[in-house]
Design a protein around this ligand. Sequence first.
Ligand SMILES: Cc1cc2nc3c(=O)[nH]c(=O)nc-3n(C[C@H](O)[C@H](O)[C@H](O)COP(=O)(O)OP(=O)(O)OC[C@H]3O[C@@H](n4cnc5c(N)ncnc54)[C@H](O)[C@@H]3O)c2cc1C
Length: 224
Amino acid sequence: MYHLDDIPFNSSSMLDMYTQFHKASFNSMVTNSVLTNTYDYELPYVFDILVHKGMKFMGGESAAVGRVFEYFWKKDLVKVYKETRNGKLGPDYSMKFSPWLVSRSLSPCYIYEEVKRYERERQANDSIYGVLFELIWRDYFRFISLKYGNALLHLGGPRKVEHKWIQDQKLFESWRDGYTWYPLIHANIKELTTGYMSNRGQQIICSFLVRDMGILTILREQLF
Ligand SMILES: Cc1cc2nc3c(=O)[nH]c(=O)nc-3n(C[C@H](O)[C@H](O)[C@H](O)COP(=O)(O)OP(=O)(O)OC[C@H]3O[C@@H](n4cnc5c(N)ncnc54)[C@H](O)[C@@H]3O)c2cc1C
């Protein structure tokens, strides 16, 4: 939603805590910049995934804008977003904008405009505000990666935290393939094969790998 030039920090002075960053910059960022940004749409790549009991994603800008219309106006789900966003099953507990955002078929500025229109024409509440809050998280991770670069991917992270990680290939594979004996982990890993996983699902499987299994090194080896 924002460009680095729009915010009151540069890449080296970026705050390390999202809540501080959000408090310090939200008002100035919104009033100064968002409406003047222009974005070129690149040709989106087409994907079309049918998920049983889940979301049917169609590629392209028309489908993306259609989903925004459906979520905000037709089904009027945005007014309860904050209460439902931690769900895991079905198309409507969250907005499902991420595949279109990442393929640049959907501009976060367009979502911002729809949020403001919804506030004018229907209502403003914490859920509607929550939409912008999450989109700013997305920007924040980009800004933080400008600040720390590859250190984000180092084993100890930018703070160089020391930890004794477990080196167990079989344990790692049980997580990767979804056979940990925890149905919740299995279900989320299975969902990932569709190309999408809920925000809560991502948090659960990642904390399980890192905090419960104590494995990080093997994941890094396999990724890089
Ligand atoms: C461990 C972990 C790994 C993740 N990896 C990815 C990834 O590889 N690619 C990816 O696109 N998203 C990732 N996310 C963010 C988020 O989980 C997905 O974008 C989310 O599942 C999108 O579903 P949605 O569009 O219905 O979200 P909604 O709840 O409807 O949120 C709307 C938009 O806000 C942004 N957003 C929401 N939650 C987050 C978040 N935690 N961090 C940053 N932005 C957010 C996304 O752009 C999202 O589309 C990750 C989150 C976690 C916790």
